[in-house]
Write a protein that binds this ligand. Structure first.
Ligand SMILES: O=C(O)CCC(=O)C(=O)O
Length: 285
């Protein structure tokens, strides 16, 4: 499939709209901590995840799964990275353990994995089309020793080579020496974020929790997040080592601390098919 799936206008452009995917009775997040699904209840949600979110046993996206991805904003590619796990382990072998998020840049062992015919590149190409390219890669290495939680949020920044004022781009920040900027939302809506699992992620190992369909509501104001999560419901994205979860980049997501005595390494790669306007350039991977 060479066509681009994301960034088409959806039904959900405001909180009044109701994407048809949201059939499950939503569990309200109001009045609870930012991460409303706790490990004790996560098993129940996991069953929902497997039933309601498409799960592919191969790297090939069929029409049904593609349409599911457009609607829900999430899709599991079972074992999609299993045959390139060695390359990924080599790529991260020099990185000190236990860091919350390390940007990966110019790591030769990663190139075959990210390339068009690689386990991640081929998924991105099916979703975004033949112009898909990796624009940011981060290694998350969570464990009970190096732990963190993140409340509900949308990823809103991209990494660029140099700062240059451009309409619709901002605010600008510098993190770890890299220049970040919040682009116009439509650009994020045409991106895909792949999370390649290096370790198993049972309910106790800090799975990503997503609000399916929330990517179709545009930029969600902070004070509307709880309401939208309650409307969309929550799905816990369990994984086995080698699995790849694909997400529409703007999907609302959260993550709890890990409670299992194991590591939870995730290689997260954003892909985009767009060139940046106004002379801006992706920093790339
Ligand atoms: O991997 C995690 O625990 C959460 C990462 C996340 O939510 C993010 O980078 O925005």
């Amino acid at each position: 499939m060479g066509s681009r799936l994301l960034g088409r206008p959806g039904k959900g452009n405001g909180l009044g709209a109701d994407p048809s995917v949201l059939r499950r009775k939503p569990k309200s997040s109001r009045g609870r901590s930012a991460l409303a699904v706790h490990p004790a209840s996560a098993g129940k949600w996991a069953a929902v995840a497997l039933r309601e979110l498409a799960c592919l046993e191969s790297n090939m996206l069929d029409n049904k799964a593609a349409s599911h991805f457009v609607t829900s904003g999430a899709l599991l590619f079972k074992a999609a990275m299993a045959n390139q796990m060695d390359q990924v382990l080599t790529a991260i072998s020099e990185i000190p353990r236990g860091q919350a998020g390390v940007r990966l840049w110019r790591i030769p062992a990663l190139e075959p994995v990210l390339a068009r015919n690689g386990s991640l590149g081929s998924i991105a190409e099916q979703i975004l089309g033949s112009c898909a390219r990796p624009v940011r890669a981060i290694l998350f290495d969570k464990s009970t020793e190096a732990n963190w939680s993140l409340g509900w949020h949308q990823d809103r920044t991209i990494c660029v080579k140099q700062r240059q004022e451009a309409p619709g781009f901002g605010p600008w920040t510098v993190k770890n020496g890299m220049i970040h900027v919040a682009p116009p939302f439509e650009l994020l809506a045409r991106m895909v974020t792949l999370r390649a699992h290096i370790d198993d992620v049972p309910a106790t190992n800090a799975p990503l929790v997503i609000a399916p369909g929330s990517h179709r509501f545009g930029r969600v104001a902070i004070d509307q997040i709880d309401e939208l999560v309650a409307k969309c419901g929550q799905v816990v994205c369990l994984a086995s080592a080698g699995d790849v979860w694909a997400y529409a980049t703007p999907i609302l997501h959260a993550s709890d601390v890990a409670s299992a005595p194991m590591s939870r390494r995730v290689l997260q790669v954003d892909y985009a098919a767009d060139n940046l306007p106004y002379g801006l350039e992706w920093l790339g991977v």
